[in-house]
Unconditional design. Structure first.
Length: 168
């Protein structure tokens, strides 16, 4: 009789062990499935991020001379236009032309402004009335009337790599 009870107990424990193991397998499967989903989301979000940044290539043509350097600024909003650049750089001039590339710029609306610091003093020189003495320009070849160019004239949509020519 004891032998029979031992046998029943063994089957009971074996049955509980099978349930435990199969439950752990389900948990392992659920864990693996969750990890797979997390990895896939990371991969797709990385690809989306990579696809939403672009390059803006700015070429400035017809400068008065190859002296000094050109200050080039990229603006991301009307409120910052001609005041606080999103990105800015300087460029040397070769044959009265220069070119810069702004990289990894998010999709959006932007404008570019430039000025030729011909005497290389690090600022735009103006006359006594505040009118620039040195060449300047904006994207879309925007120019102001009795004042600086307006955002609405200089802005552009960035949704692909873009090349901008500013002709002075």
């Amino acid at each position: 009789m004891e032998k029979t009870q031992f046998g029943k107990a063994s089957f009971k424990y074996l049955y509980l062990w099978k349930i435990f193991v199969s439950h752990n397998k389900m948990n392992n499967m659920n864990t693996l499935l969750r990890l797979l989903v997390i990895v896939l989301v990371q991969i797709f979000s990385t690809q989306v991020d990579a696809q939403t940044t672009f390059n803006v290539t700015v070429t400035v043509n017809d400068l008065d001379s190859s002296d000094g350097k050109v200050f080039i600024a990229l603006y991301a909003s009307e409120a910052d236009f001609l005041e606080n650049s999103y990105q800015g750089t300087t460029s040397i001039i070769t044959d009265k032309t220069c070119k810069v590339v702004f990289t990894d710029i998010p999709q959006g609306v932007y404008a570019v402004s430039i000025f030729h610091d011909e005497n290389d003093n690090g600022k735009m020189d103006t006359n006594f009335m505040g009118i620039p003495k040195e060449d300047y320009g904006c994207s879309n070849d925007a120019s102001g009337f009795m004042g600086p160019p307006k955002w609405k004239d200089a802005k552009f949509d960035l949704n692909q790599n873009l090349e901008i020519a500013i002709n002075l």
